[in-house]
Design a protein around this ligand. Structure first.
Ligand code: PAF
Length: 282
């Protein structure tokens, strides 16, 4: 595995590989890799000639009061895990390399961001779309891999690729969970021990709502209330949102039909967790 820190070198390597018609699977991350990321890397390994992993904690997608400074980082551990997944190139640029000066152009996401995390994190998805646009220009991936835990991010990137005619296939990969159901996340390490114990109720509440939905409960307000009650009963976390929308359009639904997402975010002492389930209703 080769570690690359400059855009120039990364682009030169990609140009050489592309001239040999190699397919490139790209997994963008902010590091502190967990099994969810390893699943993306594994899938990329199976489907492409080359795998490029990026590790970059992107300041542009963090609000002024968010956890940019506290975001967990451990490059040596990540490097070993990436080697274990047979990554070919690890792109690890510094902030000054990606943003040497104030950007004169940023990507603004106009749709799918006025709800869920976009609503409580203004500017977050503009930061994500901007860095992903830069990465796609640097790495020219054949396929890019994203986890469905960040379902709104997947919806936004789907829009970005489609609206800007980017020649990349988006591969959205199922959520990887701990044995007790908690969605794997780099941020889980920031849960207090007592919070970690009760955090699986997030997924349990989504499962309960999904079961009720498939048993015929058609009222989104009741489903949302069911989830809120379960979380409030088990945890001291502060519910940021529990919502149900069409997916990937993320529009409110008069009637629960088609593909829908039930999504939630809960703030704990030092960390805010998200989870979701995406389901089809005939
Ligand atoms: O999902 C993440 O880790 C980040 O939002 C991403 C896609 C790497 C962009 O910085």
């Amino acid at each position: 595995m080769k570690i690359i820190t400059t855009i120039k070198e990364m682009q030169a390597i990609i140009a050489a590989q592309k001239s040999q018609e190699k397919s490139i699977g790209f997994v963008p991350t902010m590091g502190f890799l967990h099994e969810g990321h390893l699943t993306l890397l594994n899938r990329a390994r199976q489907e492409n000639d080359l795998v490029v992993l990026s590790i970059f904690v992107n300041p542009l997608q963090f609000g002024p009061k968010e956890d940019y400074a506290e975001y967990p980082r451990d490059f040596e551990r990540d490097r070993a895990l990436a080697e274990g997944e047979k990554v070919d190139f690890l792109f690890y640029p510094a902030v000054e390399e990606m943003y040497p000066h104030e950007l004169s152009v940023k990507v603004t996401v106009q749709d799918r961001t006025d709800v869920l995390c976009g609503k409580s994190r203004p500017g977050h998805f503009d930061g994500v779309a901007t860095v992903i646009t830069k990465f796609f220009n640097i790495i020219s991936p054949t396929r890019a891999y994203f986890g469905k835990k960040d379902a709104q991010q997947v919806a936004v990137i789907e829009g970005l690729i489609s609206d800007f005619n980017m020649p990349v296939d988006l591969v959205a990969v199922d959520i990887v969970r701990e044995n007790d159901g908690l969605a794997k996340s780099s941020r889980n390490v920031n849960l207090l021990p007592q919070e970690r114990q009760v955090a699986p109720v997030l997924y349990q509440s989504l499962q309960a709502a999904e079961a009720a939905l498939h048993e015929g409960e058609q009222n989104p307000i009741k489903l949302i209330e069911m989830i809120r009650e379960m979380i409030n009963k088990e945890t001291n976390g502060e519910i940021d949102y529990v919502q149900i929308y069409s997916y990937p359009q993320l529009k409110p639904l008069e009637k629960l039909e088609g593909t829908i997402i039930i999504a939630l975010a809960v703030k704990f002492t030092k960390v805010r967790l998200i989870d979701n389930t995406i389901t089809n209703i005939d």
